[in-house]
Design a protein around this ligand. Structure first.
Ligand SMILES: Nc1nc2c(ncn2[C@@H]2O[C@H](COP(=O)(O)OP(=O)(O)O)[C@@H](O)[C@H]2O)c(=O)[nH]1
Ligand SMILES: [Mg+2]
Length: 229
């Protein structure tokens, strides 16, 4: 892809655990870059290079209650027959964008969802569906109900927005902040389960040692017992 900045792996020194990786996917022209830039800079810039692909680091203000760290990959240059599996494997969360003025971009979200599922070998993942350009109501080809239905099938949240409408900025921020919150919740649960299973494995090992008489505790107990009798 000419003019594309390819995805680079994160720096080794970085603690990836605290960073939520979000991939913005959708047909060309649906407003992926406009959406990403709006969230990051609060500005709407009309035209972008369609082949520009970038990863942006977002760190929330220190005054915020919760520290939000995101790496946002704004993808580009996808044609509906191609698929870069690297997107699915790199991302923790996915923003699936279509334009309400272009039915084929809505169908593309269905395809992307299926591709994500097969690349990640899982049907449960952290994602949201976004219908953009709702300022262009007279050119609408996808109803709000269709968008909601799709999100329902996918099992995720749905947003219909106009990135160019300043008044909708809070909803656009919600898209990214909500994804981060879902990711964090899932991660906390997973980490908790891992800790629990590793401590129960340690517990089992300790019991095994006691039974087999290899435990230092067992030896100590038996020596003190023998002193009493
Ligand atoms: N009317 C309208 N145009 C938009 C909106 N969001 C993006 N655009 C325009 O759609 C075009 C494609 O946007 P871009 O972000 O480059 O799409 P991308 O290829 O998906 O990254 C540009 O001309 C944008 O100005 C929106 O909410 N409403
Ligand atoms: Mg773009």
């Amino acid at each position: 892809m000419n003019g594309t900045r390819h995805l680079r792996p994160p720096q080794v020194s970085e603690n990836k655990d605290n960073v939520c990786r979000i991939v913005v996917l959708g047909s060309p022209g649906v407003g992926k870059t406009a959406l990403t830039v709006r969230f990051l800079t609060k500005r709407f810039i009309g035209e972008y290079c369609p082949t520009l692909e970038s990863v942006y680091r977002y760190i929330s203000d220190k005054s915020d209650d919760e520290d939000v760290r995101l790496d946002i990959l704004d993808t580009a240059g996808q044609v509906s027959t191609s698929w870069n599996e690297g997107y699915a494997l790199w991302g923790d969360c996915f923003v699936l964008v279509y334009s309400i003025t272009e039915y084929s971009s809505f169908e593309e979200v269905h395809r992307l969802r299926r591709l994500l599922e097969s690349s990640r070998r899982s049907s449960s993942m952290c994602c949201v569906v976004v219908g953009n350009k709702n300022d262009l109501v007279y050119e609408r080809q996808v109803t709000m109900a269709q968008g909601e239905q799709l999100a329902h099938e996918v099992g995720c949240r749905f947003y219909e927005v106009s990135v160019c409408d300043w008044l909708q900025l809070p909803q656009i921020c919600d898209i990214f902040n909500d994804l981060h919150a879902i990711w964090k919740r899932t991660k906390t649960l997973k980490d908790g389960r891992q800790r629990k299973s590793s401590s129960s494995a340690k517990f089992k090992q300790a019991i095994q040692k006691v039974i087999s008489g290899k435990s230092p505790t067992t030896k100590k107990l038996s020596s003190s017992n023998s002193g009493v009798t």
